[in-house]
Each structure stands twice: as C-alpha cells, then as structure tokens.
Design a binder for this molecule. Structure first.
Ligand code: PLP
Length: 286
C-alpha cells in the first residue's frame, strides 16, 4: 500500500502531496514539528506534544492560528489511511506562506510503521559520543524548541553514527551537560536521579516529563541540576529519553564504560514503569 499523508485538511498519497515554493520552512527553516509513537493504534501523549508546539509557537511568535486544533483528527485519519497500529507519527506545522502572510498555516501529518529501536540496544545499552561541533547556548532563542531548523542535530547524529554511536551529547559553552541531539539525558548516582534543568536550556521532553513523574511515583530522589562531564563519566547509570527511544540505557561514552557497563537497576525499573504506562492507558494524556 502506498503511503498516505494528511496535508492541509486532506488525506492524499504521499507522492501527490505538494508544498508551496513560498513555504517558510522550505525557504528559511521557519516551522515546528513533533514526533511521537502510536501503540496499538493510539497516539501516546499526543495532547502534551500539541501543547508543547503551542507554547513554542507563542514564544517564537509564529502565527499558527487554530491549525493545531485539527491535529488529533488528522492523526487518527493518517493512522487509519495507512492501516497502522505501531507507528512513528510526525506533525509539522509552518506559518502562512511568505507571499500570502494572511493565508492559512501549513499542516502536514505523516505516520510510518515502526516497532521502535532494536531490542538488543535495551539489553546491552547504547554507546554515545560527545558532540564536538556544536554547543547549546541559552543565548540561542531557538534552543529548547522543536523547530524545523534541525540541521545541526542531524549533522551531530551523523557524526555519532560514523563513530559507531547512537547519540551525541551536547554541552553548553560553559561546559554543562545539556541533552542528546534528539533526546534528553539522565544520570543515576548513589540511587538519585539527576537531569539537566529545562533552562540549561534543553527541549522540555514529553518523555522526560513522564519519566520524572514515574520516578516520583517510585519514590526516587530527583535532582534537576547542572552536570559536568565529570559527573557524567562518574555516574552509576546513564539513560536517554525521547518518544521513540522511550528509556534507552547508555553503557558507554566513547571509550569510557558507565558503571559496570551493564544496564542498571534504576534504568530498568523506569523502563518497565514506562512500558506499564503505555500498556495501561495507551493514550496517556488524552
Ligand atoms: N531533546 C531534543 C533536542 C529532541 O529533539 C528530542 C526529541 O526529538 C528530545 C529532547 C526528546 O523529546 P520527547 O521526549 O518529547 O520526544
């Protein structure tokens, strides 16, 4: 079956979908996107992803009008049109075209089949590297927003793959740990859970927020605090979160092994709690 997408109110064959040459994301990288999972045909934490986009649009002064109100029905329609139940959903919204500033925003929703990352990564843990090329600065007004200007993040991910790593960890100009290219990062030290605060800056991950909630429910001590490279290398456990990875253990940072290079107990526990939340109410926040 050929892929179907939702574009501006209609389901069309992916090959027939057309964007304007005046689209601001194409011309200038002006737009926002979200990526999330569907489990058993239900988008997970969709409402939270929409609200994050709404908050970014307000902060960055992007005129999206009521376009985001169409997303839930559009997601349902795309999943149905592609007959998908386990899927990677992406929605991309751009402001009106540059030659028709009073016109409507562009809304594109896609869904592709996925069963997630390879199971052996969760058993053995991922290797990650340090991102040398980019720094994440609080002086960058786009930091902490999921904009369509993701070239630096794609480039860092490509470098990581060349080094046989699954992610690259970004630091701030003053050497504080920020996040992965496409994920948030957590450390475990002495039984406590530590993650860089949102104003580091990092993207306020939807998975990060759920994992913090699950950690609180599990009675763990949580510290949202600045981390140095030393704290990272000295951690007992490290894991990453995003909507596709869920809770991804990290057992190596380049040549350095984390702890005993095995998936740690707190990572395992939070991963199980996440899976239980998915199984319990697949919609999560709807
Ligand atoms: N940080 C960055 C830079 C990201 O691009 C992502 C997701 O793509 C995340 C963190 C994790 O966000 P979420 O948990 O909402 O998927």
């Amino acid at each position: 079956m050929s892929e179907k997408v939702y574009l501006n109110g209609r389901i069309v064959a992916a090959g027939d979908a057309r964007l304007s040459v005046a689209n601001p994301a194409f011309l200038h990288g002006v737009g926002l996107f979200e990526t999330l999972r569907a489990y058993g045909g239900q988008p997970f934490l969709l409402r939270s992803h929409i609200e994050r986009m709404r908050a970014s649009a307000a902060k960055l002064r992007l005129q999206l009008g009521a376009a985001l109100d169409a997303i839930p029905d559009a997601v349902t329609a795309v999943l149905a049109a592609n007959e998908l139940s386990e899927a990677r959903i992406r929605f991309t919204v751009t402001p009106p075209d540059v030659d028709t500033p009073e016109g409507p925003p562009t809304v594109l929703v896609t869904a592709r089949p996925t069963t997630g990352y390879p199971p052996e990564l969760y058993e053995k843990g991922m290797s990650v590297c340090i991102c040398d090329d980019y720094r994440q600065s609080s002086h960058d007004p786009l930091a902490g927003h999921k904009t369509t200007s993701y070239f630096p993040r794609l480039a860092a991910t490509r470098v990581a793959a060349e080094r046989h790593c699954g992610e690259a960890l970004w630091f701030t100009p003053d050497n504080r740990l920020a996040e992965g290219s496409i994920s948030n990062v957590f450390l475990v030290k002495g039984g406590e859970l530590i993650t860089p605060p949102v104003d580091t800056p990092v993207l306020p991950g939807i998975t990060r927020a759920l994992v913090l909630e699950l950690a609180r429910e599990a009675g763990l001590t949580i510290r949202e605090q600045a981390c140095t490279i030393h704290a990272l290398l000295d951690a007992d456990e490290v894991f990453l979160t995003n909507a596709m990875m869920e809770v991804m253990p990290v057992t190596r940072i380049e040549r350095h092994a984390i702890g005993d290079e095995k998936v740690g107990p707190i990572t395992r526990r939070l991963r199980e709690a996440y899976a239980a939340r998915v199984a319990a109410g697949t919609a999560g926040d709807n």
